[in-house]
Design a protein around this ligand. Structure first.
Ligand SMILES: Nc1nc2c(ncn2[C@@H]2O[C@H](COP(=O)(O)OP(=O)(O)OP(=O)(O)O)[C@@H](O)[C@H]2O)c(=O)[nH]1
Ligand SMILES: [Mg+2]
Length: 479
């Protein structure tokens, strides 16, 4: 079904070719041909005639240089698809050859010599969009699914790919605006037959659309971490064991660890996947008053990382906790770290438990209510830290899903959000215009047309080439 107002591509378009799998060592590589001449081109380089092939059925054979059957390049499986039942909506031939660098390059060259044009980034998905196989939000979901580091984002992307959740929801808003536009135009064009719709009712209906768009943007902002990764900052005074914990969670020696206080001077971040979510773990410089300019800048960055983080791990060295409990510095630092975000999840850890004798440690724990013991050296308490992180991530995800409009906001990209914000602004202008009773009703149609233009850009309905270029340029060659 055609989901946009583009005319499907014609036979004049060149047949394109690219490697669909990443370059490098691999057992198998897939070379994809798409376009009217896909089968004809494949026929020139394949050992068996392809005139009577059955779609979606793999054929075993050999690829050779064009019209030189004696120059064998590789043993392959060839998988043909007949338009429109293919990813791009055109005739497609996939050549599954051996991986590595040499063989795929030779197969690509053979395809080019036989008449194919090398594809640019995103060319296949762009053709799928133009031919109505995907709407623009589904094309962007493919990009999300490819780039997703955590399986949660890829699940939302795949959900949109399958059920068109984004387009379905936004088409409802579009229809609401079009209905109002139609009523206005009818009243203007046939003043004798059609009564002017009451302005107040129109304002209310437009306001309802604005509120839906705003709430979608708000919830998208709240769940932005699913796209960007949940940020977890590790904070505390110098020498508390922050970098040691950072390295242990990553299972690699990423940060430098020494017995000297003030070893980490800058923030260091790495990504890992926890509970299906991409997590950006940030190691920070130890927090303390200092006259050293470099260290001061590091401390500023630590506090900034605390502000930007979605949750915090605060560490204190159990071996220097005083007889009366925590050091006063920690209370001050904890307040600085939390800022005005008291609801931000925080885990307080007493580190180096292994250094203290059991009895002393129990005494320390008694005086430090709400702190969890940890020794990275012995491994004690590390499992509990991971458990806390996983349950915190799950509860954040649960909250995001609860404020979810049918899964829609969880999939919105920055581009889609910008279109939605611009649409809401135009609708607000329309509401203001309606409020001015001295203005004729037809003035309202101008901002309504602008609002619809934004939604069309979002959904890829009759979208400008500039918008399409900016979306598809993010894809790699072969996709
Ligand atoms: N015994 C023991 N030593 C630890 C533990 N965790 C860290 N250490 C030691 O404590 C010292 C400081 O550790 P770091 O991880 O560098 O501390 P940090 O908080 O990153 O320090 P700065 O980067 O200076 O702020 C190192 O000598 C670590 O080996 C632990 O669980 N037990
Ligand atoms: Mg450190």
């Amino acid at each position: 079904m055609q989901t946009n107002s583009y005319t499907p591509l014609t036979a004049d378009e060149p047949t394109i070719v690219a490697q669909a799998t990443p370059e490098g060592l691999s057992g198998v590589a897939v070379i994809r041909l798409s376009g009217t001449d896909a089968v004809e081109i494949a026929d020139k380089i394949f050992s068996k005639p392809l005139a009577t092939i059955e779609p979606a059925k793999a054929i075993f054979g050999y690829v050779h240089a064009p019209n030189q059957p004696e120059v064998t390049i590789d043993q392959v499986l060839l998988l043909p698809f007949k338009a429109p039942a293919s990813f791009t909506g055109e005739d497609v031939v996939e050549i599954h050859c051996h991986g590595g660098l040499a063989i795929p390059t030779q197969v690509l060259e053979a395809c080019q010599q036989a008449g194919a044009t090398f594809a640019t980034g995103g060319a296949f998905t762009r053709r799928a969009f133009i031919n109505g196989k995907l709407d623009l939000t589904q094309a962007e979901s493919i990009l999300d699914a490819i780039h997703a580091e955590g399986n949660q984002l890829s699940q939302f992307a795949t959900q949109n790919l399958r059920h068109k959740t984004v387009a379905g929801y936004l088409t409802g808003l579009r229809e609401a605006i079009i209905a109002i536009q139609c009523e206005l135009v009818a009243a203007m064009d046939y003043p004798e037959e059609v009564e002017e719709p009451p302005r107040e009712a129109l304002q209310q209906r437009l306001q309802a659309v604005v509120e839906k768009a705003n709430s979608l943007c708000e919830t998208t902002a709240k769940s932005q971490w699913i796209r960007e990764g949940l940020k977890i900052a590790i904070l505390g005074q110098p020498n508390a064991g922050k970098s040691t914990l950072f390295n242990a969670l990553l299972a690699q020696e990423r940060s430098i660890v020494t017995p000297l206080a003030g070893t980490t001077r800058d923030t260091v971040s790495e990504t890992l996947v926890l509970a299906g979510i991409a997590v950006k773990l940030v190691d920070t410089a130890g927090l303390r008053e200092t006259t050293d300019m470099v260290e001061q800048l590091g401390v500023e960055r630590s506090l900034e990382a605390a502000q930007l983080a979605d949750c915090l791990l605060y560490l204190t060295d159990a071996t220097i906790v005083g007889a009366n409990g925590l050091l006063p510095e920690d209370a001050v630092l904890l307040t600085a770290v939390r800022g005005n975000q008291a609801e931000k999840p925080l885990l307080k850890l007493l580190t180096k438990q292994d250094v203290l004798k059991d009895k002393t440690f129990t005494q320390v724990l008694q005086k430090t209510d709400g702190w969890q013991p940890l020794s990275v050296t012995s491994g004690e308490g590390l499992g509990a830290v991971l458990q806390w992180l996983e349950s915190t991530i799950k509860s954040q995800l649960h909250q995001a899903k609860q404020s979810n409009e049918q899964g829609v906001q969880l999939c919105l990209t920055n581009r889609q959000q910008e279109c939605l914000v611009a649409m809401a602004e135009h609708l607000e202008k329309a509401i203001e215009t309606l409020a001015e009773t001295a203005f004729p009703l037809d003035l309202t149609t101008i901002p309504l047309t602008d609002a619809l233009r934004q939604l069309d850009d979002l959904l890829g309905i009759d979208t400008s080439e500039i918008v399409l270029d900016s979306v598809f340029s993010q894809f790699c060659v072969g996709k």
